[in-house]
Write a protein that binds this ligand. Structure first.
Ligand code: AMP
Ligand code: GLY
Length: 426
């Protein structure tokens, strides 16, 4: 929105930590008058208005947006995007930040994403699509170990198996039916978020998340146990290189296909010896990277997303970002990522300046007490002059939170981890 126009009202769709972080940043934008969240969580209820709705029902979401008279709908999670909820909202004449169902296939089908990357000449792992055991076996043998087997469709973070064991790889392929089998990419991972209206694209500062449940990257994959930004080890020029070699050609290819991608293109990268390679595309903000990135944004998020949703990104400059560092540490419930224990009463002390607590899986019990209600329960986010400072403040606040059944990794953004990555990159 250009300066001088009336403040806008925004509806954020989703209920996790990402949506809490998005709603919070949008609420802090002076160009935004009010924020609604559907369905939201106890964290969003403290500053926005929560509404009950089935977020996979496009008609219902569009009707709610119309009833509230919002100027912009922001869709957080991938499932409603793949289900076409953004199309339904736009169909009612309401601006929506989030790709169409056709464009969200960049996340919804790994095989589709691979085809787009191949056609656009985007650097990524070589891959084969397999639908039968013999095809899967041939592809595994073509690329060798470590084996990477990905379910084609949405799998809520559980679709990818990386293993040295051929049997495990074959079993995963058989279980999923249709899979993408690809070459293993060796190198540290980074997440680059790009806001685009389909033509103009602007990057946010890169972040890294920690996918494994345990310290030292031990144990099973999770939705993400923490994140930090900036990435001091990232070679200079990487963002520009990825914009030129990955983002621009992908967006051009999507326009050619007649399904322009407008929304948030999440580029998951491996920094290999041969250069950055795409590990995956997602069609929405990543979680928990969003929680760490948004506090650094100095440009108003509501107006920025509104511009992207209305094809007006070219009229704006690149988003301004602070030099500060930000670290987010997830407090998960015992048992996560298997079967998390729920219903544990949580005591949240007031957070000091520069620290905030994002709700990812909380609820209020029948006595109005805050309780755990998911696997990832809270994300404690702190900004600081540098990563060490931000990290110390995040962990200091975690120590003050009363959550008996909660646990966090102790090595999110630790100096030892950063040094190890820098050493690996030489
Ligand atoms: P994805 O859902 O595609 O992001 O995969 C989940 C995780 O699996 C990634 O964050 C990587 O850690 C790992 N992974 C996926 N593809 C590859 C690959 N080709 N080589 C190595 N690791 C991979
Ligand atoms: N942080 C990984 C994801 O959002 O998919």
């Amino acid at each position: 929105m250009s300066s001088g126009s009336d403040p806008i009202t925004v509806l954020v769709v989703g209920s996790g930590g990402r949506e809490h972080a998005l709603a919070l940043a949008i609420d802090q934008d002076p160009a935004v008058a009010a924020v609604h969240v559907a369905p939201g969580n106890p964290g969003t209820a403290s500053f926005a208005t929560n509404h009950r709705v089935d977020i996979l029902d496009g008609t219902a979401v569009a009707a709610l947006a119309a009833e509230l008279g919002v100027d912009l709908v922001v869709i957080g999670p991938e499932a409603p995007l793949v289900a076409g909820v953004a199309d339904a909202v736009r169909g009612r004449g309401i601006a929506c930040f989030g790709p169409s169902a056709a464009a969200a296939r960049l996340e919804g089908s790994k095989a589709f994403a691979k085809r787009v990357m191949a056609d656009a000449g985007v650097p990524t792992a070589r891959s084969r699509v397999a639908t039968a055991p013999a095809q899967a076996a041939a592809a595994l043998d073509e690329f060798g170990a470590p084996y990477v087997v990905k379910a084609d469709g949405l799998a809520a973070g559980k679709g990818v198996v990386v293993t040295d064991d051929r049997r495990t790889a074959l079993d995963h392929a058989a279980e999923c039916g249709r899979v993408v089998i690809e070459e293993y990419l060796d190198g540290p991972e980074a997440s680059l978020f790009v806001i685009t209206d389909g033509t103009t694209a602007v990057p946010l500062p890169p972040a890294q998340d920690f996918k494994r449940v345990g310290d030292g990257d031990e144990g099973p994959n999770t939705g993400g146990m923490g994140s930090y930004t900036p990435l001091p080890w990232l070679p200079a020029g990487t963002v520009e290189q990825v914009m030129a070699e990955v983002v621009e050609p992908t967006l051009a290819r999507m326009r050619t296909l007649g399904t322009p991608f407008a929304g948030l293109l999440y580029v998951g990268l491996a920094l290999t010896e041969a250069g950055p390679r795409v590990v995956e595309f997602n069609a929405r903000f990543g979680d928990p990277e969003t929680e760490a990135i948004l506090p650094r944004l100095r440009t108003g998020l509501g107006a920025l997303l509104h511009a992207a949703a209305t094809g007006a990104l070219a009229d704006r400059g690149a988003p301004e970002v602070s030099d500060e560092a930000c670290v987010g540490v997830v407090l998960a419930a015992r048992g996560y990522p298997g079967s998390p224990v729920k219903g544990c009463v949580i005591g949240l002390p007031p957070a000091p300046d520069g620290v905030h607590v994002i709700h990812a899986g909380t609820a209020l019990d029948d006595r109005g007490r805050l309780v755990s209600a998911g696997g990832r329960v809270l994300v404690v986010v702190a900004t600081g002059a540098d990563i060490a400072d931000a990290r110390e403040r995040a962990y200091a606040h975690i120590a003050r939170i009363d959550f008996t059944d909660g646990f966090a990794r102790s090595d999110i953004a630790s100096q030892a981890r950063l040094d190890a990555i820098a050493a690996r990159l030489g």
